[in-house]
Design a protein around this ligand. Structure first.
Ligand SMILES: NC(=O)c1ccc[n+]([C@@H]2O[C@H](COP(=O)([O-])OP(=O)(O)OC[C@H]3O[C@@H](n4cnc5c(N)ncnc54)[C@H](O)[C@@H]3O)[C@@H](O)[C@H]2O)c1
Length: 428
C-alpha cells in the first residue's frame, strides 16, 4: 500500500476534524469523515462548510471527490485503517477534560487487528494508556493506538495543517505509528516520535506555555500603564532575544477560545489530581480572568457610571479570522457591561450568528460604523484588520462620546487622537 496516500478516516468534523480531513484530501488521501451531528453531515454533503476558516471551503470544494461524509462509522472502518479522532473534549465543572465523546468513539471500535485510533483531540496525560487498557478488557487488544496531538490555530488552520512546525507521534513503535509518520511525510516536517504519555504532555505543556506567555506580557502591560513604558516596544525589545522569541507577546484583554482556557485548566487539574499544586498555572488563569475585566475599569475612568451608556463592541470572536465564540472575551465583557447598566451594540464580520445565541441583551449591527453611531465609547475586542482601516474622522463624527479602548493594541493611537478621540490601549 502507498502509505502516504492510504485512505484515512476522521471522526468528528469540527474545526480540527474538518481541517484535518481537508488537509489530507489535499495531500491526495481519500478521507472518510464521520460525525454524529446529522445536520452538519447533511450540510457537508451539500457542499456547505459549517465553520468559517480561511481557505477551507475552497480546499474542500477542490478535493470533493476524495471526501466522504457520513454519520455511520461502518464505511470508514471498511475503507480506512487509521481512524483520526477529533471530537470535542470540553471542560467539566471541575476543570478536568470531558472525555465522554472520546469514550463514545472508543466504545464503538470493533474487534480488529488492522485498525488504529489516532487521537487528535486534546486529552489528559494517561488517556491513551487508559484507552488501551479498556481495549484489552473488552478483548480488543488487536486495536492499535497512536497519540497525534493537533497544534493548528483557528484562523490559519489549513495553512498550519499543511506547514506545521512539527508533528508529534506518540505510539508503541508498531505499524500504526509508522503509518501515521508516513502519512505526514510529504509535509517534510520534523517528527517527534515518542511514547503516548509524552505526546499527550507535549500538547498540554505547549498550550500552557503559550498561555503563560500571554499572561506574562499582560502583567507587564499593566505595570507599563503605571510606569509610562510602552508594552509594544517592550515586547519588541524582548522578542528579538531568540531565547524569548517574538510570538505570543501581544498584550491585550486576555486569551479565550476553545483551547487555552480549557487546556491550561486541564493541566492544572491533572497535576492537582496527582497531588501536585501547579502554582504557576493558577496565576496564569487568574491573571487572564482579571485582564478581561480591566476594560471595565478603563471605561469607568472616562465615563463614570455606565448606566444608560451606549458601548460599541467591535469584534466578538475570540480572535480574528474565525467565527469561534468559545470562551471569547466578548462574552465576559458584554455580560459585565449589561450588569453595569450599559447598552451594548456589537459588530463582528463573521461571528454574529453564533454570538446571537450566546449574548442575550446585546444588539447587533451590520457594520462597525453602525455599531459606533451614537456610542459613548467603543472597545476593540477582536483584532479584525477592517477595524484598523476605519475612517476615524468619520467615526468621531458619528460617535456621541470620545472614548476608544483598543483591547488589542490594533490602532495607531496618533490617528485616533488626531480626530479628537480619547485613545486607550493596553500597556501603552
Ligand atoms: N479548535 C482548535 O483550535 C483546536 C486546536 C488543537 C486541538 N484541538 C482539540 O481538538 C479537539 C476537537 O476540537 P474542535 O475545536 O474541532 O471541536 P468541535 O466542537 O469544533 O468539533 C467536534 C466535532 O465532533 C463531533 N462529535 C462529537 N461526538 C462525536 C462522536 N461520538 N462521533 C463522531 N463525532 C462526534 C461533533 O458533532 C463536532 O462536529 C478538542 O479536543 C480540542 O481541544 C482544537
Amino acid at each position: 500500500m502507498d502509505m502516504a496516500r492510504e485512505p484515512v478516516a476522521v471522526i468528528g468534523t469540527g474545526y480540527v476534524g474538518l481541517v484535518t480531513a481537508a488537509g489530507f484530501s489535499q495531500l491526495g488521501n481519500e478521507v472518510w469523515c464521520v460525525d454524529i451531528d446529522a445536520g452538519k453531515v447533511a450540510a457537508l454533503r451539500r457542499g456547505e462548510v459549517p465553520i468559517y476558516e480561511p481557505g477551507l471551503a475552497e480546499c474542500i470544494d477542490s478535493n470533493r471527490e476524495r471526501l466522504r461524509f457520513s454519520t455511520e462509522l461502518a464505511p470508514a472502518l471498511e475503507h480506512a485503517r487509521l481512524l483520526f479522532v477529533a471530537v470535542g473534549t470540553p471542560p467539566t465543572y471541575s476543570g478536568d477534560a470531558d472525555l465522554s465523546a472520546v469514550q463514545q468513539v472508543v466504545a464503538a471500535m470493533p474487534y480488529s487487528d488492522h485498525h488504529a485510533l489516532v487521537m487528535k483531540s486534546t486529552v489528559p496525560v494517561g488517556t491513551g494508556d487508559a484507552i488501551k487498557r479498556s481495549f484489552a478488557a473488552a478483548g480488543k487488544s488487536g486495536l492499535a493506538y497512536v497519540s497525534c496531538p493537533e497544534f493548528l490555530k483557528e484562523g490559519s488552520a489549513l495553512q498550519d495543517f499543511l506547514h506545521p512546525d512539527r508533528v508529534v507521534v506518540g505510539d508503541d513503535g508498531d505499524w500504526a505509528g509508522d503509518a501515521v509518520v508516513s502519512l505526514y511525510a510529504p509535509l517534510g516536517t520534523p517528527v517527534v516520535r515518542t511514547t503516548i504519555p509524552t505526546a499527550e504532555m507535549i500538547k498540554l505543556a505547549s498550550n500552557a506555555f503559550l498561555a503563560t506567555k500571554i499572561s506574562f506580557i499582560n502583567e507587564i502591560a499593566n505595570v507599563c500603564e503605571e510606569t509610562g513604558a510602552d508594552v509594544l516596544e517592550v515586547a519588541r525589545g524582548m522578542g528579538l532575544d531568540h531565547r524569548i522569541g517574538e510570538h505570543f507577546l501581544k498584550a491585550g484583554i486576555g486569551y479565550g477560545g476553545s483551547c487555552f482556557p480549557k487546556d491550561v485548566s486541564a493541566l492544572k487539574q491533572l497535576a492537582g489530581n496527582t497531588g501536585y499544586h501547579f502554582q504557576l498555572l493558577t496565576a496564569v488563569i487568574e491573571v487572564n480572568e482579571l485582564q478581561k475585566r480591566r476594560v471595565m475599569a478603563k471605561l469607568q475612568k472616562h465615563l463614570g457610571s455606565l448606566v444608560g451608556r451606549n458601548i460599541a463592541l467591535l469584534g466578538l470572536a475570540f480572535k480574528a479570522h474565525t467565527d469561534d465564540m468559545r470562551e471569547a472575551t466578548s462574552l465576559v465583557l458584554s455580560a459585565r457591561l449589561l450588569a453595569g447598566g450599559a447598552q451594548v451594540r456589537a459588530y463582528d464580520p463573521v461571528a454574529e450568528k453564533e454570538a446571537r445565541t450566546l449574548m442575550a441583551g446585546v444588539s447587533f449591527a451590520d457594520s462597525a460604523q453602525e455599531a459606533l453611531t451614537d456610542a459613548d465609547a467603543c472597545v476593540i475586542v477582536t483584532e479584525w484588520p477592517e477595524f484598523a482601516e476605519l475612517d476615524w474622522k468619520r467615526v468621531a463624527e458619528v460617535m456621541r462620546g470620545r472614548v476608544v479602548i483598543d483591547g488589542r493594541n490594533l490602532l495607531d493611537p496618533s490617528l485616533v487622537r488626531q480626530v479628537g478621540l480619547v485613545y486607550e490601549g493596553i500597556g501603552r
